[in-house]
Design a protein around this ligand. Structure first.
Ligand code: NIG
Ligand code: FE
Length: 414
């Protein structure tokens, strides 16, 4: 991917989010803002960040494009650290059923839900999945997303799990948005293994996971740790093998009922525990005293009409919270960053500062990349967003509106 030379000068606010690891609790409010700031990107990497007045003369940078950001806020590119953006088919009928009162899990138990998308994803060709994925990435870029995490998990057999991961690998090469891939074969038990969950996990652990590792197709492994899906013991087994193979861990934890997924994520030193709508007090305490990021997905709670995760309480207790869209065709068919900001602030009572941290440096930490992205610091990738407005505070306030004027990826303007 192209790497650019760019100077963004005179920003009303340069919201640096400076840091190289997740911010916890009170530190999430610290955005390290520089007023009248300038950032210089050389060969795609940030080489200068300071007040405009301290910037060397522009004549020192004959190869750089210069942008004036007067009256605009400039932030790190957003990191959407939890999505399932490569999938076949749609589930618009199920949405109608849910609005009439069916529950998400009852639809899944009847063979719909994840199983429905599994069939459509198995049936889709590599090119069909890639084309749909490319379009979704385009929309993400428009809303300021510069890195996205994407999960497999709609194959649940070797051929389709590898197809999804291969699609993400190809997209990562061709599309400006960077993709961090996660193997999530343990998303549900497919019908051919119905009632034999342990055998299915044995198949994933023995035959699929090692090949994913060998072909370097994913950084992380994830599992749907949930009542009637995979219990704590099964999740521990799957994740322990993944860890031993060198994968980073992520867990779909305590989404529908309180099961102890948060505690398990901490025990196994996972990068993140995600969802957490029903995380116990103990689970939240454990998260607060660990390096595991609590990744909250308010668009899912909104779409499923469930109570939101206790974001305010988690931050007050000292957790590192990240926010992500959970884009998928069932529980959260949206990749809207504006909606995410609004829901996080209005319903989970995050401050605008905390929400910005959650979508930048903490999102980066949730995918193990806080040393390279998620803040405007010298040495990091030149991934930046420029807003139409002078303050980051417009992000949750201008509800549901995309106020990103330009997204910059490795110094190239989009
Ligand atoms: O994060 N909960 C499990 N997995 C996804 C939903 C997948 C789907 O419904 O297709 C989630 O919500
Ligand atoms: Fe998910």
């Amino acid at each position: 991917m192209k790497q650019g030379n760019l100077i963004i000068k005179n920003a009303a606010q340069l919201v640096t989010c400076s840091g190289f690891s997740a911010k916890k609790g009170r530190d999430m409010s610290e955005l390290a803002i520089i007023e009248n700031g300038t950032v210089v990107i050389t060969d795609g990497i940030i080489t200068f960040v300071d007040k405009d007045a301290n910037c060397p003369p522009l004549s020192d940078f004959p190869d750089h494009i210069v942008m004036d950001a007067k009256g605009k806020a400039v932030l790190p590119g957003f990191v959407d650290s939890h999505t399932h953006f490569v999938f076949g088919g749609y589930r618009e009928e199920e949405f109608s059923w849910r609005m009439r009162g069916d529950s998400y899990m009852s639809i899944m138990e009847r063979g719909g839900g994840i199983h429905n998308t599994m069939t459509a994803t198995r049936d889709a060709s590599f090119d069909e999945l890639k084309e749909a994925g490319y379009k979704r990435l385009d929309k993400m870029l428009e809303m300021g997303v510069t890195t996205v995490e994407g999960k497999s998990g709609y194959g649940m057999n070797k051929i389709t799990e590898l197809k999804q991961l291969d699609v993400m690998k190809a997209l990562n090469k061709e599309h400006p948005v960077d993709i961090v891939s996660t193997f999530m074969g343990a998303h549900a038990t497919p019908k051919e293994y119905k009632g034999r969950e342990d055998d299915f996990l044995g198949y994933l652990i023995g035959e699929v996971m090692p090949e994913v590792k060998e072909r370097d197709l994913a950084d992380c492994c994830d599992i749907f740790c949930e009542k009637d899906v995979f219990d704590i013991e099964q999740s521990r087994r799957y994740l322990s093998v993944a860890k031993a193979l060198g994968f980073n861990l992520k867990v779909h934890a305590d989404e529908i009922v309180t099961l102890g997924g948060a505690e398990l994520a901490v025990e196994l030193e996972a990068l993140s525990a995600d969802h957490l709508l029903h995380a116990s007090d103990k689970g939240i305490e454990k998260l607060a005293s660990s390096n595991t990021v609590a990744t909250l997905l308010p668009c899912t709670a909104f779409s499923l009409k469930e109570d939101y995760a206790r974001g305010r309480y988690m931050i007050d207790l000292g957790c590192a919270v990240a926010l992500a869209t959970d884009l998928n065709p069932g529980s959260s068919f949206t990749n809207s960053i504006p909606l995410l900001f609004a829901l996080a602030c209005i319903y989970m009572r995050l401050s605008p500062e905390e929400a910005v941290t959650a979508l930048t440096i903490n999102g980066a930490a949730a995918i193990g990349k806080a040393d390279k992205i998620g803040s405007i610091d010298v040495g990091k990738q030149g991934d930046i967003v420029i807003l139409e407005y002078p303050s980051y505070k417009f992000l949750p306030y201008h509800i549901g509106m995309n106020i990103v004027e330009k997204t910059i990826k490795k110094g190239v303007v989009f």
